[in-house]
Design a protein around this ligand. Sequence first.
Ligand code: GRF
Length: 232
Amino acid sequence: MNPGEPPRIVVLISGRGSNCQALHRASAEGWLGARIAAVISDRADAAGLSLAAEAGLDTVAIEPKSHPDRDAFEHALSVAIDGFEPRYVALAGFMRVLGPDFVNRYRGRLINIHPSLLPRHRGLATHRRVLEAGESEHGASVHFVTPDLDAGPVIARVRIEVDDNDTPDALADRLLPLEHRLYPATLALLLNHQVELRDDEIHIDNQALQDPLLLDRDLGRDGSLRDDFGTG
Ligand code: GRF
């Protein structure tokens, strides 16, 4: 990386890519603290890939069907990622479980946004499962990716209330705009502070994070931190 050049991030998507667009907006507005070096998709036909290309971003499609097995696919993916020398790799609706070798290669640099209040509701269909469980709150989480699916340490979350007459679609519609604020805010935090993953514990500016940050309480929408963040 040339001196004075902003850090780079690579975004991995599989679908519509609205979180990727939110990251790009934050970068273009100048407060993310990084430039999106590339958007990579495991599906050449992902709508988000065309949108990223239209926005002038570098795009790459790396499809599993072009590789003999998962190892070969993930190797090709990591070669492509590493070519852009990103500081962080952001999964944004990347619908593929990544193997431990891949995940460990990017330990502390690989993050994901998940539509639930982790550790509740790992995996798919989170909006439906929140309603089935009769829960009164829902939300989204940004976490470090570790080899266990959706189980890595959570950096920050956003919460919404669940109403009696909510449906999975209504929850998804209400949550998505908040995801679009949470993801750039969390990435800005990572890029502007010293954030480390030590033995599965998150340290921010050398202080252990006790509880995930909450957007608008501990974490400002531009990635700024409340002074007594994470103390519960
Ligand atoms: C989001 O709900 C995100 O939390 C989940 O997948 C969805 C991706 O949406 N991981 P988009 O492709 O960013 O619009």
